[in-house]
Structures are given as structure tokens and as C-alpha cells.
Design a protein around this ligand. Structure first.
Ligand code: AMP
Length: 557
């Protein structure tokens, strides 16, 4: 059994933060969250040893937001991150968790973009600054009082920051911060250089670390597949075609993900159901009974809901979302290989989560082999194999009952036996693709094992739905700039809502607005550079789908 982690509410977070967590669908705190949140809320300094994938961002973001006073329009929290990409991801996470905190603003400060707009956002009273050290020092040179009101500091991925040579910059930043601040340091490793920073700049820090006991996993064949977050459903569907499973349990992180994946599977004809903490206990028991007796073959579950499931039919465990720690991984895959049978466990790993995979391998003392997504030929072979298996028992006896009818149809229709059998096959398989060209056509996925160029052509999306434009994929028209809002499909907005709001409240012509891109957690819109500040000013209080639009210029270089 994994440990009971309790609820977010019991940790003492602010009600507005709790409301936002419940909207994103997290069911319970991850181990690093359960341990860090009370320490940070109590105002202690802390050293947290955790890597990406453990839920570490929320582990500091939730208590920090709970302690911020949105009415005070001055910097109250500073998060330092090693890279622009991480800074943007952390800023997006803060915006998500602050959705129910009116007046709370987050500014991301990083290099490679003009200083002016960042400075302006800082001066306009953003309470949370997420910054890379180098750029923050540039700002400090212009305004040495910039950090005078900061009460909470987080160094995220501190070991990476030192590897990138930010030591001197960090010292400058420490100097500019009030002595009375709280300091929290997160790092995957604790080399002497990090310990020395902690000794000099943290006061009696509490250590939080997730115990990694060695675990044994017998009789379970393990594999992993590298995949991008937005390709997971497609990857699961394709894997299911070739994996020979009896019953399967798929683990995801949120309630919404259980519902989404279960309905995608049902739509493909699998007997699948969702299992999450919102489903009443008696209904949950019914789902498990159905899995036992074969009325269901796949259950898509969160860790909370899957606790204690013991179904001998389970031959496969799919870890669609990464578990928070190795212990939970071992617990999850222990759902298969029951009663001395062999089991198979597959883990989907996004590029950012590679490190977590290594930790799992180290703790379990086993290599988790890499597999590739099945190609069209393998999918086709698997389909034909299934079809052969389902037809073989019929051919022995169906001729007696249907042979005469077949002769009659051949003569009535006036076709060859091959033509008629083909028509019957198409009908019996509901038009499923059963030749190579058709199977290839139905697989739009670009597996992450394919060359970079191909994936990058259209830009990539990271786990949080952030759009990573390694090369500007869509060149901007002359005189236009891209602007960003933290509202996306998750907030129920579509391009037309955004367009309508900008036209109505901004009072500009339709032609002046360029491409609009709506993503899950944010959206981008191209607007004219000339008069941009005025336009953004007019849109300052605009609401879309009941939420504040907060459109900002988006720097992408
Ligand atoms: P991180 O380790 O901060 O990079 O987080 C990894 C992923 O876990 C992110 O996509 C988060 O949205 C997600 N996450 C963090 N905490 C929870 C939680 N308590 N329940 C479900 N998902 C979570």
C-alpha cells in the first residue's frame, strides 16, 4: 500500500487556492507536496530534494500563493529558475493556481527579450516574479530596490542553475533581498556547492526528501515509451492494438484525464470505464466487479481510486501519466502479475520526465527497456491476427448454416465469391482499415523517436500545453506582435470569443487582428504593434467566459 497522503484542504491552503486545485482536478497531494506545503506555509526555510515529475512546482506554488496578499501591489514572491523555458512553465503554473485570486499578477522575467515590457509589468505591481538569474540581475542594475518587498524566495532546480554558471548572479540577488525573507531551495541533487549556498543563505532549513527505498518487482516485464504529452491518447490507442491483454489498468493523474481517456477508448470499441475519487464507493465497486468478470476490460484510474484493486485478470498496467515517486510506480505495476502470473507494465515518458525514469530504474534496480510505437505494418498484422482468431472457429460450422445463402447471394448479385467475401469482411469489421495504405493514413501521430526537424516544424507543446517555439513556426506579419493570455480551452474559450472581446472592447478593425491560436492553458493572438499599449489598456478589465483576459505582449525570441 502506498502511504495515505491526506487532502489538500487538510494542509491549510487558502480557500481560493483550493478552489483552483479542484478546478484542475488534482485529487490528492503528491508526496513532495504533502511534506513541503505545511513547512512552507509555516514560514520555515526549506531544502526540498525532488526532480521534475514529482509535483514540485505545486509544492511551492500553492503555499506561496496562499501567503500572498493580492491587495498589495508589490513583488512578494520571487522564483528563480535556470532556463527561460522552466521560468515560463513555472509562471504558467502560478497563473493556473491563482485563477481564483483576483488581482494576483505573475511576471516572467528572462533573457533574450526586451527589458522594457518586463520592467513595466514589474512596476505595475506583479506580486510574483518568476525569473532567470541573469536577466533579473540586469533589472537589478537599473533598479536596486526591485526586490525590497519580496518575502518569499524559491530557487527551483538549484543544481541546474549552478551548472549553468549562475553562482555570481545568485549572490547579487541574495544581497538585494530583505534578510527577513523565507527561502526555499529545490534541487534534484545536493552537491557541496548547493549545501554551501544553503548554509550561507538559508536559516535553519528543514529538509524534505522522498524516501526512496529499494523495491522489488518480480514477474513483471517493464518497458517505457518516449512520447510527447499531447500524443499520449494516440500512443495508448496504438499500443493497445498490438498488446495482447486480458484486462488492463491505465493510470493517469487527474479526474478529467480518467474521463477523457476512458471515453476515447470507448469510442474505439473497448469496454472501458473511468475510476476516480469523484465516483461513489458503491459505483467504484461495481466497476471493479465488472473488470473481474469481463464486462469491462480497461479501467482508467487515478492512484487514489485504484488503491487496493486486486483483479487476477489484469495482465497489463499502462502508466499513462508518470507516478510521483518510485514507490507509487511499484505499487501501480503491482496491480498486475497477481497470483503468480506474469504481467506487463508500460510507462509513457515525456522528454522532461527522463530523469524520473532513471530514478525509478535506480530504486527498483531494474532497467526499464525502451520500446517504440508500433508501426503501421505491426498494427495491421495485429488486426489480421485478431480477425483470423475470431473467424477460425466459425469456418468449421458456418458453412452448414450459411453456405446455401452464400451461393444464392453470389448468383443474385452476380459477383465472384472473393468480391462477396470482401464485402462481408468490410461489414463485419465496421470499415476498419485492413490494408497497409489505409492503416498508414489513419495514424497521424508523430512519434517522439522520429527526427527532431519533423516535430519542430509545427512547434512543440510541452506537458502544460505551453507552446515551445524553438524556431518561430509562424512568422509574424510586418508590424504585428503576438500577445498571450492565460485563458485557453480549459477555461471554455474559443477563437470567436477572443476575437469578439478584442473587437468589441478594443475598438479595432477585424483586419488588424492576425492569427489566433487557442491552446489548453493559454492562447496567442497577433495584434498591431502600433498603438499596442493603448489597445492593451482598453482591454485591461475585459472578461471572456467570465474570466479576466489579461492579455500581454508575448516575447518569443
Ligand atoms: P512538476 O514535477 O512540478 O513538473 O509536475 C509534474 C506534473 O504533475 C504537472 O503536469 C502537474 O500539473 C501535475 N501535478 C502536480 N501535482 C499534482 C497533483 N497533486 N495531482 C495531479 N497532478 C499533479
Amino acid at each position: 500500500m502506498t502511504q495515505e497522503l491526506g487532502t489538500f484542504a487538510a494542509l491549510g491552503l487558502h480557500p481560493n487556492v483550493l478552489a483552483a486545485i479542484s478546478a484542475v482536478g488534482y485529487e490528492e497531494p503528491s508526496p513532495i507536496q504533502a511534506q513541503s506545503i505545511p513547512v512552507i506555509l509555516a514560514g520555515h526555510d526549506m531544502i526540498g530534494q525532488a526532480q521534475t515529475g514529482t509535483g514540485k512546482t505545486a509544492a511551492f506554488a500553492l503555499p506561496i500563493l496562499s501567503r500572498i496578499d493580492p491587495a498589495k501591489r508589490e513583488p512578494q514572491a520571487l522564483i528563480l529558475a535556470p532556463t527561460r523555458e522552466l521560468a515560463l512553465q513555472v509562471a504558467t503554473a502560478f497563473e493556473t493556481y491563482a485563477k481564483q485570486m483576483p488581482g494576483l499578477n505573475v511576471v516572467a522575467v528572462y533573457g533574450g527579450a526586451p527589458m522594457g515590457p518586463q520592467l513595466k509589468a514589474l512596476r505595475q505591481g506583479a506580486q510574483v516574479i518568476v525569473a532567470t538569474p541573469g536577466r533579473l540581475c540586469d533589472h537589478l542594475r537599473r533598479d536596486e530596490k526591485l526586490l525590497a518587498t519580496v518575502q518569499q524566495l524559491v530557487l527551483d532546480e538549484a543544481d541546474e542553475m549552478l551548472k549553468l554558471g549562475f553562482m555570481d548572479d545568485l549572490e547579487v540577488i541574495f544581497e538585494a533581498l530583505p534578510e527577513s525573507r523565507q527561502s526555499v531551495l529545490f534541487s534534484a541533487t545536493l552537491p557541496p556547492s548547493i549545501r554551501s549556498i544553503a548554509e550561507r543563505h538559508l536559516r535553519n532549513p528543514q529538509h524534505v526528501k522522498i524516501a526512496a527505498k529499494t523495491q522489488t518487482v518480480a514477474r513483471i516485464e517493464q518497458a517505457h515509451l518516449m512520447v510527447h504529452a499531447d500524443q499520449k491518447t494516440g500512443a495508448v490507442l496504438r499500443l493497445l492494438e498490438v498488446e495482447e491483454f486480458d484486462a488492463l489498468i491505465a493510470f493517469v493523474r487527474t479526474k478529467q484525464a480518467t474521463l477523457d481517456l476512458a471515453s476515447a477508448l470507448e469510442a474505439k470499441g473497448y469496454k472501458a470505464a473511468a475510476l476516480n475519487g469523484d465516483i461513489a464507493q458503491n459505483q467504484r465497486e461495481r466497476v471493479i466487479e465488472s473488470l473481474k468478470d469481463g464486462r469491462l476490460d480497461i479501467v482508467v484510474a487515478t492512484d487514489v481510486a485504484a488503491r487496493g484493486i486486486d483483479v487476477p485478470r489484469i495482465t497489463h498496467v499502462f502508466n499513462v501519466d508518470m507516478p510521483y515517486d518510485p514507490e507509487s510506480y511499484v505499487h501501480r505495476i503491482g496491480r498486475t502479475g497477481r497470483a503468480g502470473r506474469d504481467g506487463r507494465a508500460l510507462l509513457l515518458v515525456t522528454p522532461r520526465e527522463r530523469r524520473m525514469l532513471q530514478v525509478i530504474e535506480r530504486v527498483t534496480g531494474q532497467k526499464v527497456a525502451e520500446v517504440r510505437l508500433p508501426n503501421a505494418q505491426q498494427v495491421l498484422d495485429a488486426r489480421i491476427k485478431k480477425l483470423t482468431a475470431s473467424l477460425t472457429p466459425l469456418v468449421a460450422e458456418a458453412e452448414a448454416s450459411h453456405g446455401e445463402l452464400l451461393d444464392r447471394l453470389i448468383s443474385d448479385i452476380g459477383c465472384s465469391p472473393r468480391a462477396l467475401a470482401s464485402a462481408l469482411l468490410r461489414k463485419a469489421t465496421n470499415g476498419q482499415a485492413l490494408n497497409l495504405a489505409d492503416v498508414e493514413r489513419e495514424q497521424p501521430l508523430v512519434p517522439s523517436s522520429q527526427p527532431r526537424e519533423r516535430r519542430e516544424r509545427d512547434g512543440e507543446r510541452s506537458e502544460r500545453g505551453e507552446y515551445r517555439e524553438r524556431r518561430a513556426p509562424v512568422p509574424l506579419a510586418e508590424g504585428r506582435v503576438r500577445c498571450r493570455t492565460a485563458l485557453g480551452t480549459r477555461d471554455g474559450i474559443a477563437a470567436k470569443n477572443l476575437l469578439g472581446a478584442i473587437l468589441n472592447e478594443g475598438g479595432i478593425a477585424r483586419e488588424a487582428i492576425g492569427r489566433i491560436q487557442i491552446r489548453e492553458t493559454f492562447s496567442l493572438v497577433e495584434l498591431p504593434e502600433e498603438g499596442l499599449d493603448r489597445l492593451l489598456g482598453k482591454l485591461k478589465d475585459t472578461r471572456v467566459a467570465g474570466k479576466q483576459l489579461k492579455l500581454r505582449r508575448y516575447r518569443e525570441d
